[in-house]
Design a protein around this ligand. Structure first.
Ligand code: SME
Length: 140
């Protein structure tokens, strides 16, 4: 439907803008909660290297942990994280920001990988959480 297509185009545009404008945002994409199986995430629009992690169960990896805990998850050094799903050997750090619907249920997340170590600060976090909130208000 139209709302679905609009949502997917906007998520792709946001991925493109973020990856073009912020040099240390090297993979930018969205995972969305699976409509059919609500305890898993499905890869949505993204910009960057293709990933084999097209479906992630809640609890698995950094994305799945952010979904389970419903909070932003920043990992400064992915080599030190036990529960991590590698998408590219170049990735050194990752931030995952959940997106909620009006009832506070998780509906998806913004996922960003960086080739730099510990690049994400409080400004990145606030900025990405604001984007997540705007998307939530518009689409969920
Ligand atoms: N690294 C993520 C998997 C997704 S890829 O980074 C795109 C994780 O550990 O959940």
């Amino acid at each position: 439907d139209k709302n679905y297509n609009d949502k997917m185009s906007i998520l792709k545009l946001i991925s493109q803008m973020l990856s073009e404008r912020i040099p240390y945002y090297n993979w930018v994409g969205f995972y969305l909660v699976d409509e059919a199986e609500s305890n898993s995430l499905v890869l949505g629009p993204f910009v960057g290297e293709p990933t084999e992690h097209k479906k992630i169960k809640f609890g698995q990896g950094i994305c799945g942990q952010a979904a389970s805990t419903k909070t932003t998850f920043v990992v400064d050094d992915v080599s030190k994280e036990e529960n991590y799903l590698s998408c590219s050997p170049k990735t050194q750090a990752e931030i995952v920001v959940p997106i909620f619907d009006k009832n506070g249920n998780i509906v998806g997340e913004i996922d960003i990988d960086s080739h730099e170590k510990a690049p994400f600060d409080q400004d990145d976090r606030s900025f990405l959480e604001a984007i997540a909130k705007l998307l939530s208000e518009r689409f969920w």
